[in-house]
Design a protein around this ligand. Structure first.
Ligand SMILES: NC(=O)c1ccc[n+]([C@@H]2O[C@H](COP(=O)([O-])OP(=O)(O)OC[C@H]3O[C@@H](n4cnc5c(N)ncnc54)[C@H](O)[C@@H]3O)[C@@H](O)[C@H]2O)c1
Length: 291
């Protein structure tokens, strides 16, 4: 099955990034969000990012051709004939379950339904539908236009045929698929990454190292493009918190419980880039304030 039309629920950081890479790959996109501001911001961010790709000579088509492939809709009626629907709303089980129920009703029988969840079991979303065999996880990494990988996650009911459609789709938009054969909390890559992020926060809590030094050290010693706190501010502290809680609730393993400093920052609204303050502070134009 070749994916020609995709319906995306959630026009935030991830949904807009997914819309962009699909449009750049020739796929027609319908972008849906309950918030008009989110749609407007999503479209603005996409236009900016596509311009950057074009400036660097990384795209063959012009900006207008790419942006014209993205339409918006504030209800699910245009999901009916989509080949694939991807959900990228907040990391809340009940909200995602509601979206899957609605997608199942709105989409034709053959539409594949995917979630970009960071940690919620795919089985819990598939079970909301009459087509659990056609439900899978496609977990992109942020920023989607730059990160060359996506996890393809099997729920208990997902068929191999659906997994292979996911694998082909991810390849068709220029990313490397990583197969995850069971929807364990955190899947493969976050399952490895979460404990190290938690440890970094605890070391700051205990006054053993600073945010700046840990980020610098992780970049220089381990060749990472960004340290855990720089990544955390980009991802959103609330998103990290939600993913850790989902992992903790599923496993009851205290290794995944969000540290106090992260919990307090989320309560205080220090969510990273999006609120101008997280692990670092940011100017109006998004640049980091000098420390
Ligand atoms: N941020 C990351 O780095 C990252 C990485 C991988 C996966 N994820 C996962 O992707 C999902 C989205 O994360 P994000 O960072 O894009 O969040 P975000 O907060 O930037 O965007 C979420 C969007 O969902 C919209 N939304 C909420 N309820 C809705 C509804 N009922 N119908 C339609 N839209 C609705 C919101 O208005 C918002 O625009 C989460 O499950 C998250 O765990 C995030």
């Amino acid at each position: 099955m070749v994916i020609k039309k995709i319906f995306i629920v959630g026009a935030g950081l991830m949904g807009s990034g997914i819309a962009q890479v699909c449009a750049q790959s020739g796929i027609n996109v319908i972008l849906n969000d309950i918030s008009k501001e989110a749609i407007d911001k999503g479209l603005k961010d996409i236009a900016w990012s596509v311009s950057k790709f074009i400036e660097k000579g990384n795209l063959r088509e012009d900006k207008e051709t790419i942006l014209n492939r993205i339409k918006t809709d504030d209800d699910f009626s245009s999901a009916a004939d989509a080949d694939l629907a991807i959900e990228a709303v907040f990391e809340k089980l009940e909200l995602k379950q509601e979206i899957f129920r609605k997608l199942d009703e709105a989409c034709q029988q053959n539409t594949i339904l995917a979630s970009n969840t960071s940690a919620i079991p795919i089985t819990e979303l598939g079970s909301m539908t009459k087509r659990p065999e056609k439900v899978l996880g496609i977990h992109f990494f942020s920023p989607v236009p730059m990160m060359p990988v996506a996890e393809i996650i099997r729920g208990i009911g997902t068929t191999e045929e659906t997994i292979l459609i996911g694998v082909d789709f991810v390849k068709s938009i220029g990313k490397e698929p990583i197969r995850v054969e069971s929807d364990v909390a955190g899947f493969l890559l976050n399952r490895i990454n979460f404990p190290s992020t938690i440890e970094a926060i605890r070391l700051v809590e205990q006054g053993i190292g600073t945010v700046e030094d840990i980020d610098k050290g992780m970049r220089l010693a381990f060749g990472r493009r960004m340290g855990p706190f720089e990544t955390g501010d980009m991802v959103g502290l609330d998103v990290t918190y939600g993913a850790l809680m989902a992992c903790y609730e599923e496993t009851k393993d205290p290794r995944f419980y969000p540290p106090q400093l992260l919990r307090r920052k989320v309560k205080a609204g220090h969510l990273g880039h999006k609120t101008g303050k997280g692990w670092y502070e940011y100017n109006e134009d998004g640049t980091r304030k000098a420390g």
